[in-house]
Design a protein around this ligand. Sequence first.
Ligand code: BV8
Length: 230
Amino acid sequence: MSNIVILTGAGISAESGIETFRADTGLWAQHRVEDVATPEGFARDPARVVAFYNGRRSQAASVAPNAAHDALARLEAAHAGEVLVVTQNVDDLHERSGSNNLIHMHGALNSALCGACEHRWPAPLEMQVGQKCPACNAPAARPDIVWFGEMPYQMDRIFAALSRADIFVAIGTSGNVYPAAGFVAEAARAGARTLEINLEPSAVGSQFDDALLGPATQTVPEWVDSILAG
Ligand code: BV8
């Protein structure tokens, strides 16, 4: 009975129509990271940051999960051991496909966070700057997103899962952002077999035991079928 930890990145949602970050025409070619994905950028120009995430929230709401998300939900339902999906994505396509054992390590578009008391509540489609927190009333609402320089969520739970993983798979992630890019080394240290699924080898591709190259909507269902076939 194997324990499987799966790290996903923007590539798994690309074929649903959500832009990745580091492609030539991706989000980071259109926006400066420092402006929209750091606490300092939010402090300088909250309207710009809130508008950036409002746009991405409405885009995520207009697309559907694809065959790769569906295959991971099918794996969780049918596999005898633990299946944990750790996603860097802030869209909700994994949960809409039916994945339940899921960690959003970089936050979620559909959640709002109070910068004063850390209360969380469902984000409206259009957040406003200075919206009041329903718990403490401070005008300190922000998107519940982990920006550069902030601590990703549920790291203790992720490292505990990596330490007991038999199989670690990274899907559609470029291996440029830490600590997620370090999970393959952590899993390998714990004795897991490691697999990268991507269009091309990532920045940490040489650290994986195996690679499956091709679009996620084809490669992920193929891999899930092979695991479920035993
Ligand atoms: C932290 C906000 C302390 C969310 C994002 C070690 C060394 C150097 C630097 C650091 C280090 N440790 C930490 C740092 C600093 C920093 C960092 O990593 N900097 C980098 C740039 C060097 N990290 C942090 O600040 C993090 N916090 O470290 O706290 C700490 C330390 C240790 C332990 C615990 C805590 C916080 C990082 C959070 C960043 N937040 N954005 C948002 O707006 O969405 S980053 C952003 O990048 C997104 O979250 C995104 O998910 C993430 C990763 O990007 P990818 O998902 O990989 O997307 P990308 O476009 O790059 O790649 C797409 C891939 O898909 C490609 O490979 C492509 O080939 C593939 N693909 C495309 N289409 C398909 C496909 N594959 C298959 N099928 C397809 N169809």
